[in-house]
Ligand binder design. Structure first.
Ligand code: GLN
Length: 197
């Protein structure tokens, strides 16, 4: 299986390294046609409005939207903003696929760039979370499962084949979040094969 990492802007290389450490084959996706060769996509942190400007060229945004409707995706921070159905502060375009509302730069200085430990349903105890100008998930649809919280706020969520984190799991030593995503990708590929046989 090959995992694409959207490599337009932001900290995509840290995701690539982490996925490769876990044994996955990766492709840095810089052009829309590269989506044809990958089984899943990671959308990294960075600046969502800058990424959008690039994606709005050459039909990249539409192609990516079609991709994430069918195949597994994992958005971290700016990537979570891109997956969300609704974006506020200010409102901006997105892929609109995950049933969450996300408020950009929601924590102000309090969480501007900081590291915390917080609870998660992923086995192995509390999770280290690196927050950088993090967005906040302000609304959750009923089909969205919460995998980790910081205080009362959901910070890692899943809806079917999509995962989103408001923090940066690629920047801490703990590999469990990427492992959980790779597991999701494997399950989704198995499901696809079973349906065809
Ligand atoms: N503040 C950024 C945005 O609004 C997200 C920050 C990040 O990805 N670390 O897009």
């Amino acid at each position: 299986m090959t995992i694409g990492v959207l490599a337009i802007q932001g900290d995509y290389d840290a995701h690539r390294l982490r996925l490769e450490e876990l044994g996955a084959k990766t492709v840095l996706v810089k052009k829309p046609e590269q989506l044809d060769g990958v089984d899943a996509i990671v959308i990294p942190g960075g600046e969502s409005s800058t990424m959008l400007k690039f994606l709005e060229r050459d039909g990249f945004l539409d192609k990516l939207r079609d991709f994430v409707r069918l195949k597994p995706s994992f958005g971290t921070c700016a990537g979570a903003i891109l997956l969300a159905k609704e974006v506020e502060n200010p409102s901006q375009e997105s892929l609109g696929v995950m049933d969450i509302c996300v408020r950009r730069n929601a924590y102000g200085r309090q969480l501007d760039s900081n590291i915390f430990e917080a609870d998660t349903t992923i086995p192995g105890g509390p999770l280290e979370m690196v927050f950088i100008r993090a967005p906040k998930i302000s609304k959750l649809g009923k089909d969205v499962q919460v995998l980790a919280t910081y205080g009362d706020d959901p910070v890692l969520v899943r809806q079917n084949k999509m995962m989103a984190a408001t923090f940066h799991p690629e920047l801490s030593a703990d590999k469990r979040v990427h492992e959980a995503f790779l597991q999701l990708v494997r399950e989704s590929l198995d499901e696809h094969l079973n349906r065809r046989s």
